[in-house]
Design a protein around this ligand. Structure first.
Ligand SMILES: Nc1ncnc2c1ncn2[C@@H]1O[C@H](COP(=O)(O)OP(=O)(O)OP(=O)(O)O)[C@@H](O)[C@H]1O
Length: 256
């Protein structure tokens, strides 16, 4: 299922009565099964783009389309995962994974079966009866991914899911997410501040300008091993792509 932004502008009201333009004339398309990252300066509207895709906000101008249909509100096509895992502390892991299915009225047995499948998919076998506090940060993120996949969305939105993790856990988790998502064939949009992460995990990278955010570059990452960032990481071209992003975001000028 493809995702498309057509000339999308989003303005928010502010306390002073003036409007704030978060994103302006945003155009891009994510093809079915593609993994696309969006990078850009803080406050340029990345989360706003995800929220509009999930149907939490409507664009002020333009259209957001999922499978060529306008998104008019929260819907079952899109699964959302955030930096904070948002697992419910009073439910064990398996019933956390079942949560979305429960609210969709899926019966008890079918729910458990799907949840166990995703638990396995996300390499958490044996942890079904544990509670979130008993798991490491990386494992909790894997449980959150299992919960997102359990509802079988066509599109997955990832909002900085690795940013709170230490460097080693991050790399292992990026690898495990990349594999799982590639196996499931999901269309994915990842928001990240980590330029290397964008290069390691994506088919394409959207570079956004300062607020109001608009797409200033759409870069195809022409490298193998999208499903294995740990392998892609060893390719010398990775540094060239990262340098290109660095330049587009004018990070050197900003540091001066
Ligand atoms: N619900 C809202 N009401 C008013 N203003 C909002 C709302 N949501 C976002 N904004 C504003 O829109 C702009 C873009 O915010 P957004 O969170 O999308 O940026 P971001 O690129 O995700 O930021 P960061 O990288 O720092 O997480 C910001 O100036 C923010 O204050």
């Amino acid at each position: 299922m493809a995702l498309e932004f057509r000339s999308v502008t989003k303005r928010f009201p502010t306390n002073s009565g003036e409007e704030l333009t978060a994103v302006k004339d945003v155009n891009f398309r994510v093809e079915e099964g593609e993994f696309v990252s969006a990078v850009g300066p803080s406050g340029c509207g990345k989360s706003t783009i995800l929220s509009m895709t999930a149907g939490l906000y409507q664009p002020t101008e333009g259209q957001v389309l999922v499978s060529d249909e306008p998104v008019t509100g929260p819907n079952t096509h899109v699964g959302f995962m955030l930096q904070k895992d948002l697992l419910l502390p009073w439910r064990n892991i398996i019933s956390n994974i079942e949560f979305g299915l429960e609210s969709r009225g899926v019966g008890k047995e079918a729910r458990r079966e799907r949840a166990m499948k995703e638990l396995k998919h996300c390499h958490l076998e044996g942890f079904d009866q544990q509670y979130p506090y008993q798991l490491s940060g990386g494992m909790r993120q894997r449980a959150a991914l299992a919960r997102t996949l359990a509802i079988d969305p066509e599109i997955i939105l990832l909002d900085e899911p690795f940013s709170a993790l230490d460097a080693q856990t991050k790399l292992l988790l990026q690898n495990s997410f990349a594999k799982t998502i590639a196996e499931a064939g999901k269309t994915t949009l990842l928001i990240t501040h980590d330029l290397a992460e964008a290069v390691l995990m994506s088919d394409r990278i959207l570079v956004l300008s300062e607020r109001p955010g608009t797409v200033i570059a759409d870069i195809k990452v022409d490298l193998p091993h999208r499903d294995e960032p740990i392998k892609r990481r060893t390719l010398p071209e990775v540094a060239d792509y990262a340098a290109q992003l660095f330049k587009l975001l004018k990070l050197e000028e900003k540091a001066a």
